[in-house]
Design a protein around this ligand. Structure first.
Ligand code: ATP
Ligand code: MG
Length: 416
């Protein structure tokens, strides 16, 4: 037997309605905020992620599914959604179209990580990308999109926000970080030693206990924001206040991808501990330019669908079950089964969910099966019924039966 690859999961037929529910809610919220769906390939040239996500990030250095295709090109399964959307925005000349470009996606993403609850190698994201708008209101609206979805899904979450400034304030901050970490270098992990050289901001993102201890006393970016970045952050906060959204400023959030500037945020579930970050995002004003496009401000987020579902389950959110068949048509013998097949077709053509026997079971066994399916009615067709052109229609909830003519079935069952 061949097993499923490590870190991946099947969504089984009895569970897929939960996914459809969350995805449906995401599409509904997207509509509410005038976002249009964008679909980009599952794989891209590896270079896109190296340049877009950043080649000092964990995602790029350790987690990418990279392979050579038969033409000897280096390809990568997308580890996140933004780089592909940014590539498409540039390639399709969207900067000379209607701005802002308000987009969303629902995608699988791939990261070679150590699998655990809520951390998979193939996972799924609902993401939002708004390109072309620099205002703080757009940051706040982006946060509101995520908040609206999380609320609709019935989740208790905490919103944490921060600003990581622009390249100018970041340069000053990186210098301060290097000064701070210099005397502690020996005690840091090897990754952090590289981070110290290449991208000191990444030091704050380390998950190693010892590094985390040192990090706790590091200077915070907020002390280093330039006037413009500070004003932008104040404005984002004012907009959130206006919208009645509660948040906490957490100067330790730096996010795991290199492209962020100014606002960054995370929604963290308060009902579970580990892997509680259900959604992360922020502004990335230099990404489009970095990928060769016209300078275009941008802001967005991605929410992990597995994490959303996990938190919903753990906090006891009830997801409505899919609609059950209205009627199960049970035929006694060959000719009756044929009639059941014919009637089911008529009913389905009228939009009524009808099911029939596929296993040549006895009527008794068919009743059992209909019960398992949760059919609201069972229509029995025996020899007598066939002759008279009727079915014996049993209401499974009340147990009552009555005869209904073939020709009246649609009328009887419509709206039931
Ligand atoms: P984490 O800190 O949990 O590793 P991240 O910062 O790497 O998250 P992002 O790159 O911001 O995550 O991705 C956005 C969201 O996608 C996360 O908030 C999370 O819900 C989800 N996510 C990220 N990696 C995984 C994974 N390996 N398995 C399942 N969900 C994931
Ligand atoms: Mg991660």
């Amino acid at each position: 037997m061949i097993n499923i690859p490590k870190g991946t999961k099947d969504v089984l037929p009895q569970d897929s309605y939960k996914w459809q529910y969350v995805e449906g809610m995401a599409r509904e919220v997207a509509k509410l905020f005038s976002l249009k769906e964008i679909r980009t390939p599952v794989f891209e040239y590896t270079e896109l992620f190296q340049r877009g996500v950043g080649d000092t990030t964990d995602v790029v250095t350790k987690e990418m599914y990279t392979f050579k295709d038969k033409g000897d090109r280096s390809m990568t399964l997308k580890p996140e959604g933004t780089a592909g959307v940014a590539r498409s925005f540039i390639e399709n000349g969207m900067s000379s179209g209607v701005l802002p470009a308000k987009m969303y996606y629902i995608i699988p993403a791939f990261r070679y990580e150590r699998p655990q609850a809520g951390r998979l190698r193939e996972f799924h994201q609902f993401g939002v990308e708004i390109y072309g708008a620099a205002s703080a209101q757009t940051d706040a609206e982006t946060i509101l999109i995520a908040e609206t979805l999380l609320k609709k899904l019935g989740l208790q979450v905490k919103l944490c926000i921060n600003s990581i400034g622009c390249p100018t304030c970041r340069a000053n901050y990186n210098k301060a970080l290097k000064d701070f970490f210099a005397p502690h270098l020996e005690g840091l992990c090897n990754d952090c030693k590289t981070r110290y050289e290449k991208n000191p901001l990444r030091l704050l993102d380390c998950k190693e206990e010892n590094c985390k201890k040192v990090n706790a006393n590091a200077p915070t970016i907020l002390e280093y924001l330039c006037e413009d970045c500070k004003a932008h952050f104040d404005e984002v906060r004012a907009c959130l206040d206006l919208a009645g959204v509660e948040y906490e400023v957490d100067p330790r959030i730096v996010r795991g991808l290199d492209y962020y500037t100014r606002t960054v945020f995370e929604f963290i579930s308060t009902s579970i501990g580990a892997q509680g970050t259900v959604c992360g995002g922020g502004r990335y004003d230099v990404l489009i330019e970095q990928l060769g496009g016209k300078p275009t401000p941008a802001v967005g987020f991605a929410a992990g669908l597995e994490r959303l579902l996990m938190v919903m389950e753990q906090s006891g959110v009830q997801i409505p079950e899919p609609e059950k068949p209205t009627v199960y048509l049970a035929g006694m013998d060959g000719a009756c089964r044929k009639k059941a097949f014919e009637l089911a077709t008529v009913l389905r053509n009228h939009g009524i969910i009808a099911e029939i026997d596929h296993m040549e079971r006895s009527v008794k066994a068919q009743f059992k099966y209909a019960d398992k399916l949760g059919a609201k009615f069972v229509a029995v067709i025996g020899g007598n019924e066939l002759e008279q052109g009727i079915v014996m229609l049993k209401n499974m909830a009340t147990g009552e039966s009555e005869s209904v003519a073939f020709g009246d079935l649609v009328n009887y069952l419509e709206g039931k």
